[in-house]
Design a protein around this ligand. Structure first.
Ligand SMILES: O=C(O)c1cc(C(=O)O)oc(=O)c1
Length: 305
């Protein structure tokens, strides 16, 4: 191709929040934003033909500026579905980070050992399996199992993204994976249901019975039904999500991670102020010790040791 690709954003696309506030909550030294993405830029790293949405560009420079503004030391950059299995934008960001970012890639079954090694050198430490139907096409379980077996010897883990109503059907697959398994966004609970009810209960039981399963307690802005949104200085945003995240942080303090989810793909109602999202953290991790585990110890153990 001789000219750079140009892309038109999905209609109604919300760009990331411009000019986020500086958090009131002081992050502990060494804090990691353990779930964020880079998008393109499309002219340099084209979006995948099989993508389900076309985002705004959200390049590494903007991510690193946000990291510094919010007070994080490091990032874990997760391959976004709009880049499919083309991990070039991710690897480019990891290389540019000076060791301050690790990554989670998405690979197909025909990835070569040489490709895996190159990604590992750049800082990739996991692969992501996506079961959210609006984001990714179906991949047979045996293909995913084969990929998991390929990446396990590298010491990588598997990140899974799914919705709570699909957990019963996915339970046996997740609980027989040979690696650490990290669940994105608490398995997307329906927060109108009780935190002690059977749906979230199944998720808690899965973590209880399987010490290799971790959860990100991220994305209240996606899960909240009643808000209030992290906008206009709101210090107690997304109150309906707090009991779910707090339950996981207090029950499994050594197996939880937190991330901004910047640049927040596919949000429809509003785009949160990332500074106020950081101010959400003490609602779900109320003590200094829980905060240190969530933000410093756990991500460093999983991604930098
Ligand atoms: O809920 C989503 O739309 C979403 C999408 C992606 C992605 O496209 O990779 O990642 C996320 O963490 C969340």
């Amino acid at each position: 191709m001789t000219t750079a690709d140009t892309f038109t954003k999905t209609p109604g696309w919300l760009d990331y929040y411009d000019g986020p506030s500086r958090p009131r909550f002081r992050l502990p030294a060494g804090a990691v934003d353990a779930h964020c993405h880079v998008f393109g830029p499309g002219a340099e790293f084209p979006y995948a033909p099989e993508r389900k949405y076309t985002p705004c560009d959200a390049p590494k420079e903007a991510l690193f500026a946000l990291r510094d503004h919010l007070g994080f030391e490091k990032n874990v950059i997760v391959q976004a579905t709009c880049h499919g299995t083309d991990n070039r934008a991710l690897v480019d960001a990891l290389r540019a980070s000076g060791g301050r970012a690790r990554g989670v890639a998405t690979v197909s079954r025909d990835v070569s050992d040489a490709d895996l090694r190159v990604m590992h050198e750049a800082g990739v430490r996991g692969t992501r399996f996506n079961f959210v139907k609006r984001l990714a096409d179906f991949t047979p379980r045996e293909v995913l199992a084969e990929i998991a077996a390929r990446i396990a010897p590298l010491g990588w883990h598997v990140v899974v993204y799914f919705e709570a109503q699909d957990l019963p059907e996915l339970y046996d697959f997740f609980t027989t994976l040979p690696t650490t398994v990290v669940v994105d966004h608490m398995g997307r609970p329906d927060v109108s249901k009780p935190v002690d009810g059977p749906e979230f209960g199944l998720f808690v039981k899965m973590m209880q019975d399987h010490p290799n399963i971790w959860s990100k307690v991220s994305c209240p802005e996606r899960l909240s039904l009643s808000g209030p949104p992290a906008l206009n200085g709101e210090q107690h945003a997304y109150r309906d999500v707090v009991p779910f995240a707090r339950r996981l942080v207090e029950t499994f303090p050594d197996r939880v991670l937190w991330g901004t989810d910047w640049p927040h793909p596919n949000l429809k109602s509003h785009m949160p102020d990332d500074g106020l999202l950081v101010d959400y953290i003490p609602q779900i991790a109320p003590t200094a010790e829980l905060q240190r585990k969530l933000l410093v110890d756990n991500p460093n153990r999983l991604y930098w040791s």
